[in-house]
Structures are given as C-alpha cells and as structure tokens.
Design a protein around this ligand. Sequence first.
Ligand SMILES: [Mg+2]
Length: 200
Amino acid sequence: MVGLDIDGVLADFLSPFLLRLEKRIGKGPIPAESLRSVRLSAHPVLTEEAVRECADAVRRDPDFWDGLDSLLGPEHWRRLEHLSQSGQLSFITHRTGHESWDIHAVTSGWFRRHGITNPDVHLVEKEKSAVVERLGVMLFVDDNYENCQDVAEHTEARVLMPHHPYNRDFSHPGVTRVMHFNEVFAEIEHCLDLRAPTSV
Ligand SMILES: [Mg+2]
C-alpha cells in the first residue's frame, strides 16, 4: 500500500494560500522561497494572526479546495489511477473543513476530476503514523517534515518528502528528500517489486 499526503504533494495549496495572505497583510508578494517552516512561522512579514485568519477563512470555503491546481501531469495521474484500481493507494490528509460543507466529498470530487475514479481518502486529526500503520502503508509521501518524522519513527514505512522551500532545513535519517514526482514512482515500483512473489 502507498500512502500519499495531498496538499504540497499532489495539490498546490501554497500558491493560492499565499495570495490570500498577501491580500490580508498588504505588504506585497510573499515568495515561497521566503518560507522556512511548514507552520509559516519565524517569517519577516507573516504574523501568526494573519496565518490563523487565512487558515480559518479557507476552512469555510469549499471552492478554495475544489479549485486547487494539480502538481502532477496527466501521465502521473494515469499511473496513480492504476495503483488505486488495484487497491494499493490511499490519500492521507490533515485537511479540516467546516460543518457547513463536506470536505471528504469535495476532496474526492477533486480526485475524480483528475482521473482517480474511486479515491480512498482518509481525513486524519492526529498523528498520521497510526493510520499508516492501520492501512499497512509501505511507502509514505508527505511534504510536512513533522508528519515525515512521525511516520519514520513510528512505522516501518519508507518515507519520502518532496522538496519545498519550507522543508529545506529538515533532515532525518529515516526520511528521503525527493526533487521530482518521478522519483516517487521509481520508489513505488521498487516497493511493489519487493512485494511481488518471486518466481524461480
Ligand atoms: Mg501536505
């Protein structure tokens, strides 16, 4: 089983979120390269209050999530659909919505538009490692180094972290940084090969 985070791995959450923050703060563009932490903390312009307000605003806005751009190309989605159809792909996210709308339905609809006909979406409130363990995930991919560390230290899964400016300072012996999604597929194939019965 492969377990993929959504935002920062498959969906471009950051670009539209930074646009909201720019509007809220009104001090011009906030380049992604200026971010040093997944919590957007310790930043010269961003304040905790502005980040919290914008996070609250998007939680109430299904169109924000429905409109996120994909970080993958069509060929990647075709390969993920193949994996999903064979029951070997789960999406594991910390997304939280609001009682006024159904975040599971909006997220699943977004996946269907990208060609995943029956997406297995898990909305997780606490540590992802418990869900990774329960689902039997062998390969886990997340852009948030806190999740990567949790899964690396509490499960047997191999952990990949796609490179972003906000995770550039993190390193951990159990977490492998990847620069492109093609590397994720190489690892997926390697994991599935390991699982396949060997013939003599
Ligand atoms: Mg993420």
